[in-house]
Write a protein of this length. Structure first.
Lengths: 404, 404
DNA sequence: TCTATTTTGTCAATCCAATTGTCAAAGTCG
DNA sequence: CGACTTTGACAATTGGATTGACAAAATAGA
């Protein structure tokens, strides 16, 4: 229960102005003033600060209308960069992206259940290498995001601090404060998030979720994850497990089973191998689908049936604008699943509803997780503060003078 | 995407200070300053305004510690009153309550599917009568809340304007702008809410939900309703139907059925009457339960089984702190249902979780709906603004000078 | 008992960001 | 070409939080 003051109001306005230019730009100062209901003078002052930080630039003038031609302001995506690392049981994927989400460098390495220590080494080394290769000063990196599979534990709900716990089928990672360790080594702010939520954040910032207030994100990787977006913000719930539909108990043949059970890639691989298929990784599923393999199709259909029921619950409980399906599955397989899902959901939706959430495919493609993870520091730096009281200060390394 | 300024920051601080005193009072100015991280001087100024509006009063001094004895400030619940009307197919219930939620007058009348016109007449008349009886000037009424069963439609999501649509089994009420009509007649601000959400708001403000950030409220009346609280605020979703679990499709014997079907009081009454019981209204169920009536027990158990699955979905999707069960059922029947629910939920929760939401009974008792409805205007008047931008102005009639 | 210390709440002055008002510049409309 | 619009900056004002100082009133400890 904290009060606020001018300073916090200012940092709020700063972010609002920057966000307006970023998402609707190019805009003139007068445009921004109208959009935010602040005065032109106020916007002028704020824009001066943004210009001096090179977060926006003046690009051209708008002619054709009456009056003085307006000076157009544009967001400068190369003002800073972000690094994302996505870790799972079999890969380390890294990405360097600019503030617009454009990938400058992508790197991927196959791993075999890496330990936290090993991962830490690799991430440290990769970061230094990236900075050198791209000739970027450390001060231009606004932060590092790490994505891990599986649930997190809320350590300090005020600070939104979280830790990895019990990542499903990923031994050695229990209770590892990996973000703190990497932050110390790199002297950069590091954010940790489970890769499903990170993908949802990425989708909301750059992808299909742009502009949506409420949506649910289904993340398909080696398992099943989910992320819930409410009021334009990721929602974690009490313990940080909101949206984790992988653990959802559903009734199957009379007894309860976790929904994630029907989406275990390991189990699918074993089943397919037993049928004589040569399957090593998720990418291989695209081949099988192209051949209309009946085993895969049957598995997909059953999975869709169960998932559809969970999504119906989401629809009626949360009443969202969209259900977005993404993850590291090959895109054709995702598309097939979405078709299946659509059928199952429609047959379950009895009530004649005047509207229904849209079921759509993630824009990010198979790299949804890394892209999401890399947006974490950007999101924290740029997103408008939703609470303007005295604690809502963001921890962005860059532009602390401006955006804090 | 709106900016903010000093004025909005001030109205925010005003509410924060009042809320601190209301919920944690009595407090000294210095206490409030520490709690809000504002300066003592700022608090002094704000408190002066609250004193002049009689929203708080100075009550005694705190001795025993070092230093000047602190002047204690206390919330003044009689500074204003609120009127609530709960309408359903068979009743009109009215309540006059003070800002602490204490009921001054309660009135109930049995009705038989009243039309909007008839209800409007009755509510207008009752309001005038209440004011006269209690000798209250109109200016002391901060607003009127109306509760109706069934779903609403979001008319203007920015202004949170909503209308009744298709109330289940309540003909003549489709698309009725009842709130606007009553507001015009009474010249008072009127808020409309479905009674399940209203009950949840009441519970969060005065009852078991006090202090909880995220909870789900199950409302049992003539049908099944629900309300979702997120970040301490009622959450409506895109179309205003979030939490409406009555429409949730669940699988039963191979085909989908709406969850509300298993909670239809009309169908229960018919069934019990066919068994020879004399049942007219919900209150009569208490008798049957006291006799351990097997028909009722079986019905309750089946209902609990289905509801438990929905609540499991809530648990895993939203990760709330509590699930609260309330409504207009007799309290003993609610208690029995909760016992049943607890068993069913525990048997479904496979994952070994380190914590689980608490399943609890509403504090409000059988009047949960009216009490919740009457808190609507109070909630809107007192609750801290969550968005401090230029549109978040509250429409409270009273104290507009202060709290807007 | 007396002094040092702590704490409260107010007064006065300052600070800071948004607002108001004005105006020159630069275009379009008729 | 003159009337009108629109932009963006300058200057002065406003309003609310902050800072610093202080008197008053209590307790702790000698």
């Amino acid at each position: 229960m904290l009060g606020t003051n001018q300073e916090y109001a200012k940092s709020y306005n700063l972010r609002i102005v920057l966000e307006a230019i970023r998402t609707n730009g190019p805009l003139s100062r007068a445009d921004v003033a109208r959009a935010t209901r602040l005065t032109r003078q106020t916007i002028s002052n704020i824009v001066d600060e943004l210009l001096s930080q090179h977060l926006v630039s003046e690009t051209g003038r708008q002619q054709g209308r009456r009056g003085t031609p307006a000076t157009l302001l544009e967001f400068q995506p190369k003002a800073a960069y972000s690094i994302g690392f996505d870790l799972d049981q079999a890969h380390l994927t890294a990405v360097l992206m600019d503030l617009n989400g454009a990938v400058e460098v992508r790197y991927q390495e196959r791993l075999n259940y890496p330990s936290p220590q090993e991962s830490l080494e690799k991430m440290t080394h990769l970061t230094e290498q990236l900075l050198e290769q791209q000739n970027l000063p450390r001060s231009k990196i606004c932060g590092v995001g790490i994505g891990v599979p599986g649930p997190m534990r809320m350590l300090d709900s005020a600070k939104d601090q979280r830790q990895v716990i019990n990542p499903h089928g990923f031994p050695g990672w229990e209770n590892t404060p990996i973000a703190e360790h990497l932050a110390e080594r790199l002297d950069l702010p590091v954010q940790l998030e489970n890769n499903a939520t990170a993908a949802a954040i990425g989708e909301s910032f750059y992808g299909a979720g742009q502009g949506l207030k409420h949506f649910f994100y289904v993340f398909l990787g080696m398992g099943l994850g989910g992320g819930l977006f409410i009021q334009g913000q990721p929602f974690h719930g009490l313990g940080g497990n909101a949206g984790e539909i992988g653990f959802l108990p559903i009734q199957n043949a009379g007894r309860y089973e976790q929904l994630g059970y029907f989406f275990s890639a390991d189990m699918l691989f074993n089943m397919l191998r037993a049928q004589g298929h040569d399957i090593k990784q998720l990418e291989d599923l695209a081949h099988l689908l192209a051949q209309d393999d009946p085993d895969l199709l049957a598995w997909l259909d059953q999975a869709a049936d169960h998932l559809a029921r969970a999504l119906l619950s989401v629809e009626y409980l949360v009443d969202p604008e969209a259900l977005i399906v993404g993850g590291s599955w090959p895109v054709p397989v995702l598309e097939h699943l979405i078709q299946d899902l659509r059928q199952h959901i429609n047959s379950g939706r009895i009530q004649h509803k005047s509207y229904a959430p849209e079921l759509m495919l993630s824009h990010a493609g198979e790299d949804a997780a890394v892209l999401g993870v890399a947006t974490l520091p950007i999101y924290h730096m740029l997103t408008p503060l939703h609470h303007i009281h005295k604690e809502a200060a963001p921890q962005s390394r860059l532009f602390t003078g401006v955006l804090s």
